[in-house]
Write a protein that binds this ligand. Structure first.
Ligand SMILES: Nc1nc2c(ncn2[C@@H]2O[C@H](COP(=O)(O)OP(=O)(O)OP(=O)(O)O)[C@@H](O)[C@H]2O)c(=O)[nH]1
Length: 794
């Protein structure tokens, strides 16, 4: 699309056309030569703009043109939003980008396996930890198959043929299966960042579990609409309506069932669609054939009617149109109910609840229909970028192939063929061989190969359209980078990356393997922003940090399997932080001038708390050239280096600002190194005088267990000085929300197991850094001082 064809002169001329001025004729002639955006003058002298098959009248046309002269992209965005091109709109209406997220072991991977089978992506079904020892398609890593857990999210795509009123419509679904365990939470974060909708799976017996609450929080963070699927309806004690109540109460998300089960537990036969009042059975091998019957089993009629009324009532609470009908006592039609569900789901006000059993091959297909019916297509989701040319003003991105390209790299993965970068294309299309530009550094990159991922397999494609997800080879970038066509100066906000909270020292058992060791470390770090590696300057130990013990264990294990490096690891350590609490002025002189080239640097300023634990701040307020730019830069470096290793425990410094406002330089003895060292020395002294404080990670902890164990758990938490924020007591289970220090939670899982006969479960998520209790700070400081002394002795 060449909107640039409209020049400022043409636009001015067009405005005069609208005003009936004499420029009309020449303008008409000139503008006719622009083939894409074609202004036309009517005999009356009003202006029309013809663009992508539609005509824009006078005032609107002039406004559109006016914008075009300022910024071609604005014209494109706004015009399209008001005027969807029917062809593009039709393509997009059949695209769904969805993720599956849930508590550990709810059946995400098992359900995804059915989705792939029913959509024809795979020919047979293999179970997670199945007897055939093949493992589910989406758990492609050996370790995942062995442990039966998902570690990395896996992307795939499939086509679902949805039949409605006898008409078949094909939907393209890009699907990401995410891990359930909190330690791999970055996988959920980055998937949700780029997806338009999600399926939240719950266990029919356990309902809302601790990790469901975390997933709910993540979905809210990225405004991701969701449908809910209650799985494991074949299990003893399955109670879908209890789960629906829990979504309403524990997640505070209005929810209502769209189905009721036919039969229960091992006698589960199918579901009743209570909107259309039809019975649905999945027959044939692996439930491949969906059979719909008008006749509803007698025992289901009453509950289906009751639940239908409840659905309409819940919708009336969240949707105005439905509310009106409800008040007027008008019975809504099937179409009206479905439209209200769609509206409310996309508006994040409601979640429709479906049910079935992935393992028993029951009612997965209606869940796929619901994905198409109720989750948004890429055009229905507001995706914003920041326009760097216009002071980071937000701009809407529109999933049109014809617009300039904008994409986000959300995940990197090392494959046998080189680095694979997953990209969500938000606008425009990406073609093989095309050049794209990294918005972070304006680096031009040619796209050599585009593939669509199917777990660990890939299919090469020449082009990928707007609103889709793909992976590309040979693109060197970081996770979260934005790419554009080079014309647009857009960048997109990245995902939330939680701080690592646990660290341990690691080294290869055999020093010959250090080459492979560093290769593995580099790769893991690039792929996973929550996995960090650094070498401690004093001990020379390699320290890895991550989200939890399992997270780090998995990397140690992957090192052994994928890189053949056996490692020795130290005890897991909490990642503490250090800060100061007071304003401290300093005036420090570094002077060594005894023979030969000397060192001279004087720095004056102050150290103070920033009040924000997010970052450290360095500022120079030096005037009059007492310290040159070059040396000030060295001071900044000295400050940053000091923050890497705090004086109290050797952990990172947070929330500290250094201002340098004066100093002195010597003609010959001053150097960058001297200023860097002087700053570091000044920092140490001032830090010690600023009532330094050790900070410890505080974890948002959610514990669920049967009610009879509440006393035991409160006892356990009290011993750990946890702050209990809220307790919700249900008919059988209770959920407790607490803030606990990570330090006090080591070994908590076995204590919880013992205190609840194995029935309790918990999840922890980093919340913020909190001052450590004085006693703990004393102990930690003493331990560190001892280590330092021992090291100095050596
Ligand atoms: N009874 C029953 N078991 C199921 C059902 N779906 C899954 N399972 C079992 O539950 C266990 C966990 O299933 P997965 O599919 O690995 O669950 P997941 O949510 O992907 O697990 P993570 O990714 O590790 O969190 C496996 O043993 C499955 O066989 C179901 O519908 N009924």
């Amino acid at each position: 699309m060449r909107l640039h064809a409209v020049t400022r002169a043409q636009a001015t001329a067009l405005r005069s056309v609208r005003n009936g001025s004499s420029l009309a004729r020449s303008c008409q002639l000139r503008c006719l030569s622009t083939s894409v955006l074609r202004p036309i003058c009517s005999p009356k002298g009003t202006v029309q703009v013809q663009w992508q098959g539609r005509r824009w009248q006078s005032g609107a046309a002039a406004a559109v043109l006016e914008k075009a002269t300022e910024d071609p992209s604005t014209l494109a965005q706004e015009t399209i939003i008001e005027n969807l091109d029917p062809k593009e709109a039709a393509r997009l209406s059949r695209v769904r980008n969805i993720g599956i997220a849930a508590h550990i072991d709810s059946g995400k991977t098992t359900a995804t396996e059915r989705v792939l089978f029913y959509t024809g992506r795979i020919n047979s079904i293999h179970e997670v930890r199945g007897r055939d020892a093949v493992g589910a398609k989406m758990d492609s890593m050996e370790l995942e198959r062995e442990k039966g857990i998902t570690i990395q999210s896996a992307a795939t795509y499939c086509d679902w043929k949805k039949v409605e009123n006898g008409v078949e419509e094909t939907y393209s679904i890009n699907l990401i299966d995410t891990p359930g365990h909190i330690d791999f939470t970055i996988e959920v974060e980055r998937a949700l960042r780029v997806l338009d909708g999600a399926v939240m799976i719950l266990c029919a017996v356990s309902g809302v579990q601790s990790q469901t609450i975390t997933v709910d929080r993540q979905m809210r963070r990225y405004n991701v609409p969701r449908i809910s699927f209650i799985n494991k309806m074949d299990r003893m004690g399955a109670n879908p309506f209890k789960a629906v109540d829990q979504i309403n109460q524990k997640l505070r998300m209005p929810a209502a069932a769209l189905q009721v089960p036919i039969g229960s537990e091992d006698q589960l036969k199918g579901v009743v669609d209570i909107i259309r009042m039809k019975a649905i059975y999945c027959e044939g091998p692996k439930g491949i054939t969906v059979v719909e019957k008008d006749e509803i089993p007698e025992e289901c009629v009453a509950i289906a009617k009751e639940r239908r009324a409840k659905l309409i009532e819940t919708l009336a609470d969240v949707d105005d149109e439905m509310a009106e009908m409800f008040l007027d006592e008008v019975e809504p039609s099937v179409e009206q109910i479905k439209a209200a569900i769609r509206r409310a789901t996309i508006a994040l006000k409601f979640t429709p609840v479906l049910m079935g059993s992935a393992l028993a091959d029951t009612a997965i297909q209606p869940m796929l229909d619901a994905v198409c019916d109720y989750l948004p297509n890429p055009a229905e989701v507001e995706n914003l970028a920041l326009d760097r040319r216009r002071k980071e003003a937000p701009v809407k991105l529109v999933s049109y192939n014809s617009l300039p390209f904008v994409g986000l790299a959300f995940k990197l993965e090392e494959s046998n063929f080189g680095q694979l970068t997953y990209i969500r294309v938000y606008q425009g299309s990406m073609k093989k061989g095309m050049n794209i530009f990294n918005a972070r550094n304006d680096k031009k990159i040619r796209i050599p190969r585009i593939v669509r991922m199917h777990s660990n397999e890939m299919e090469e494609v020449p082009e990928i359209g707007a609103g889709e997800i793909c992976a590309v080879f040979g693109v060197d970038c970081a996770s979260g980078d934005t790419f554009t066509d080079g014309q647009l100066q857009y960048s997109m906000t990245s995902m939330f990356v939680p701080e690592p909270v646990i660290s341990l020292s690691i080294k290869p058992k055999n020093s010959k393997e250090s080459n492979n060791f560093s290769k593995a470390m580099n790769r893991f770090q690039r792929e996973d922003p929550t996995f960090r590696v650094h070498v401690d300057a004093e001990s020379q130990e390699t320290i890895i940090s991550g989200m939890g013990e399992l997270h780090l264990d998995i990397y140690v294990e992957r090192m052994r399997r994928e890189y053949k490096v056996d490692c020795e690891t130290g005890q897991p350590q909490v990642a503490y932080r250090e800060t100061i609490t007071q304003h401290v002025p300093f005036d420090h002189l570094l002077k060594k001038q005894t023979g030969g080239a000397g060192d001279y640097a004087r720095v004056v300023g102050w150290l103070e708390p920033t009040g924000d634990m997010g970052k450290n701040v360095y500022e120079s307020q030096v005037t009059g050239g007492h310290i040159s730019e070059k040396f000030l830069f060295a001071c900044e470096k000295g400050f940053m280096a000091s923050c890497e290793k705090g004086p109290l425990l050797g952990h990172r410094v947070l929330g500290t600002a250094m201002v340098i406002n004066d100093g002195a330089t010597h003609m010959t003895d001053s150097s960058e190194q001297a200023f860097k060292t002087a700053t570091q020395q000044a920092f140490r002294k001032a830090f010690a005088a600023g009532s330094p404080q050790v900070l410890e990670p505080l974890m948002k902890t959610t514990i669920t267990a049967p009610n009879e164990f509440q006393g035991n758990i409160v006892g356990l938490l009290n011993k750990r000085n946890a702050v209990i924020n809220e307790t919700e007591i249900g008919p059988e289970d209770f959920t407790l929300y607490a803030d606990c220090s990570l330090n006090s939670m080591f070994g908590f899982s076995s204590l919880l197991r013992a205190a609840t006969q194995g029935k309790g479960e918990f999840s922890m998520e980093f919340s913020h850094y909190n001052p450590a209790p004085p006693q703990l700070q004393k102990e930690l400081e003493a331990k560190y001082a001892k280590q330092q002394a021992a090291r100095n002795k050596k």
